[in-house]
Write a new protein. Sequence first.
Length: 161
Amino acid sequence: MVIILMGVTGSGKTTVGEELAKGLGWSYYDADDFHPDSNVQKMANGTPLTDEDRWPWLHILAAEIGAWIEADGGAILGCSALKQRYRDILVGGREDVRIVHLNGQKALIAQRLETRVDHYMPASLLDSQFEALEEPRDALSVDISPAPPVIAVAIRKALGL
């Protein structure tokens, strides 16, 4: 099984994903690590990515998800996946890929972004992330207010893991 933790920047994809992976004995992957340098540079400069920027990256991620499933091990992928068409590419009709939406209030996420260090995604892009967000149709939605270990346990219980 592959679990995709989706949400806007600062929603806790990495922190919750690492906690969840540790508890399950699975691998955690950050979708940002698969971006080409040109995308990273755009985001670092405060420029939102376009769909044209994202298509190759999404197809790389979809192929990786397929490889993780073939390896017959569980994996967690932290990926913004803000639009339904992005999630459709990532899931690719595979029943062993689950989407979990890390859902939270903009004010809470903005507060978290102000204290985050060593990340190329500036807080200034939060508004564009919320504008782009399409609420997922077939996802587990999880409130990000609790501490990450509590969120990870809630996800495990909800998914029967």
